[in-house]
Design a protein around this ligand. Structure first.
Ligand code: AKG
Length: 267
């Protein structure tokens, strides 16, 4: 192998994050702030492969929502073999478990595409109030950039520590003031905006308040989100598109083929 190529490959390897290279500082940041930026959760080559696969699926799949803020395609892994490899990527699952510190299972995935020049932010919200979960204290989402996502293309912004606000009702994704009218003190907290290179990700707790900036560029912003819940999460009875066809009863454990345990596919 020539020296330049071998050096390039070594650098690529060194910039990957695995459960073994995850530092105590990164784990502490996640637990204190409710989010953390992780470089290289997948390689740039994998990001390019999944970017093409996500756009291909989005051109044929049925979006759950096709609003100005984003095109949203849910449970893609059950419909597309190429994207299944990303949703069930062992590195994603194992880093998620190490950050959360408990056993997890998949809740669902989603491709989120902000169209070129959509010029619409995803407004402030917490995720967990939308979900039909009882007793899930460690929900965690891995938001993977499949293309470079500078601030101008629609990256995530977080309010550190807001995951401790576990009592808030669901907020309106299209209303810039919804979160702050429900919880006015969050208005004055620090906000952290996290641009990402393709293959990098952020992990965020299901209660960490976040928004995403608008896409002002000529390219789509393509992100894939893999969402995990505590392995013993129960069904609350709240209606949700993922659990709707399953006829679950309240307080029943959410389990079965749609919700694989990390222990069963990534250990
Ligand atoms: O990508 C976006 O626009 C928003 C993503 C989001 O809210 C989430 O992953 O929870």
């Amino acid at each position: 192998m020539d020296d330049v190529l071998s050096e390039t490959l070594m650098l690529a390897t060194a910039s990957q994050t695995t459960p073994e290279t995850l530092t105590d500082g990164q784990i502490e940041d996640y637990r204190n702030n409710g989010f953390v930026r992780i470089p290289g959760i997948i390689s740039p080559e994998e990001a390019a492969h999944f970017h093409a696969a996500a756009l291909k699926f989005a051109s044929v799949g049925t979006p759950l929502s096709d609003r100005a803020i984003f095109q949203q395609l849910v449970n893609v892994w059950t419909q597309d073999e190429a994207m299944k490899a990303l949703t069930l990527h062992p590195n994603v699952a194992r880093v998620a478990e190490k950050l959360a510190g408990v056993r997890l299972r998949l809740w669902h995935d989603q491709i989120l595409i902000k169209k070129p020049r959509n010029e619409a932010p995803t407004e402030w919200h917490q995720d967990q109030p939308y979900w039909p979960h009882q007793d899930s204290a460690h929900p965690i989402s891995c938001w993977i950039a499949l293309c470079d996502v500078p601030v101008e293309r629609g990256c995530m912004t977080f309010i550190p520590g807001s995951q401790k606000r576990t009592e808030l009702p669901a907020q309106n994704l299209a209303d810039a003031n919804s979160l702050f009218s429900i919880c006015p003190e969050l208005m004055w907290d620090e906000r952290v905006t996290v641009p990402l290179k393709a293959g990098d990700c952020t992990f965020h707790h299901g209660r960490c308040a976040h928004m995403a900036t608008p896409n002002f560029t000529d390219d789509p912003r393509v992100a894939h989100v893999v969402i995990f819940m505590d392995a013993d999460t129960k069904f609350s009875g709240r209606p949700h598109v993922v659990t709707q066809p399953l006829a679950l009863t309240a307080s029943e454990t959410i389990e079965g083929p749609l919700f694989p345990r990390v222990a069963d596919y990534a250990d």
